[in-house]
Design a protein. Structure first.
Length: 339
């Protein structure tokens, strides 16, 4: 352990990049503390993003027998009445399993974990505020910001996490709707649209852009849209969303020109912002951009303050679990092999 500091490395956030950096630094013989504000480690990847969405998809495909419908016909079902409870059961088992693996990995590599929200006091000291309000201060020779992102929740969208959801909250839904409006035809919106469609839920996707998934080959997208339409997904593309209102307990999306789309539930996927707003970045000499993201050297992952690194979704594109992990590993390696 460095003499001047409590830890060689403090990692803020236990998602893929934070966890991989912590383990890499520990393998280099360094003392590491991971600060995680949620009560379980794993980050968005384990609790709201990658693993929950893939688990929901697999559960739906298995319970509906969707993959066999080409052979047995469109009415083929493995389980006739699928409930939100059926989806939650497998989800909670899978997530428990993942958290267990991570906790074990941290313990095996003697990475310490402290639960609470971290904020900078200066460029080496972090104050940790636990859920009960208790605070403590730790110092680190190097610091890694791996706080990820949160869904963008505009003030004029009446989120209640029961009928109108963002992509983090939808994972915890209590009931399955008969119809779903998905606002945003990006990867998250399209992924959930296909999951709900497989449950025979009527899905309408709204996006102001004329096209979906702008970064994918157009021929592939055309084929995908053809299949989705064939499966009953409705598209309202090139139509600006004016507002979302609740009417008689149902969400209504009001589009430019007055067209109204009504559903039982609404999923709003309007992008994600870096979770830097509570880090008190000014105390360590850093500033985030308008979407809460941090700028780093693309090779070393150092911020403008050289002993502070940032990795994962908080630095922006490509915002994937796999790339976040590799960024974390490279940042930790750089921190302790380049002076
Ligand atoms: C619906 C959805 C589906 C996805 N599907 C895929 C996929 O199929 N494949 C793929 O590769 N990626 C996918 N992703 C992206 C993937 O989840 C992210 O790229 C990845 O989680 C980013 O990891 P991260 O290290 O930035 O941290 P995150 O996983 O974002 O975790 C950050 C952690 O930091 C903690 N934290 C934040 N602020 C503080 C603070 N001040 N103090 C202490 N702790 C703090 C948070 O509580 C959180 O646990 C998906 C994302 C979503 C939302």
């Amino acid at each position: 352990m460095s003499k001047a500091y409590d830890f060689d490395l403090i990692v803020i956030g236990s998602g893929p990049s934070g966890r991989r950096a912590a383990v890499q630094a520990a393998k280099l013989g360094r003392s590491v503390l991971v600060i995680e504000e949620q009560h379980r480690v794993g980050g968005v990847s384990v609790h709201e993003g990658t693993i929950p969405s893939k688990t929901l998809r697999e559960t739906v495909l298995n319970l509906t027998g969707w993959r066999e419908r080409g052979f047995y016909g469109q009415s083929y079902r493995v389980k006739s009445e699928i409930t939100a409870n059926d989806l939650r059961m497998r989800l909670s088992k899978t997530l428990d399993f993942e958290v267990d693996i991570l906790e074990h990995q941290f313990a095996r590599n003697t990475v310490r974990v402290q639960h609470g929200r971290g904020r900078f006091l200066d460029s080496h000291r972090i104050e940790i505020e636990a859920k009960d309000g208790a605070t403590s201060v730790v110092s680190g020779e190097k610091i890694l910001i791996a706080v990820g992102t949160r869904p963008h929740r505009p003030n004029d969208v009446p989120f209640d996490d029961k009928i109108i959801f963002d992509s983090d909250a939808i994972v915890h839904l209590d009931e399955l709707p008969r119809s779903l409006i998905v606002v945003g035809a990006g990867v998250i919106g399209i992924e959930y649209a296909t999951i709900f469609n497989a449950l025979d839920i009527r899905v309408t996707i709204i996006d102001a852009r004329e096209d979906i998934l702008g970064f994918i080959d157009r021929e592939v997208v055309a084929e995908l849209m053809h299949w989705l339409r064939d499966l009953g997904v409705h598209f309202r593309l090139g139509m600006k969303l004016e507002s979302i209102q609740m009417e008689a307990g149902q969400p209504v999306a009001i589009l430019e020109g007055g067209r109204r789309v009504r559903g039982d539930m609404l999923l709003y996927t309007g992008g994600r912002s870096g979770a830097t707003d509570t880090l008190n970045l000014s105390a360590c000499g850093l500033e985030a951009d308008a979407r809460g993201r941090l700028k780093v050297d693309p090779q070393t992952f150092q911020t403008d303050v050289p002993h502070i690194y940032a990795t994962g979704d908080v630095i922006g594109f490509p915002s994937l679990a796999s790339t976040s992990m590799e960024q974390g590993r490279l940042a930790a390696y750089h921190a302790f092999t380049h002076g």
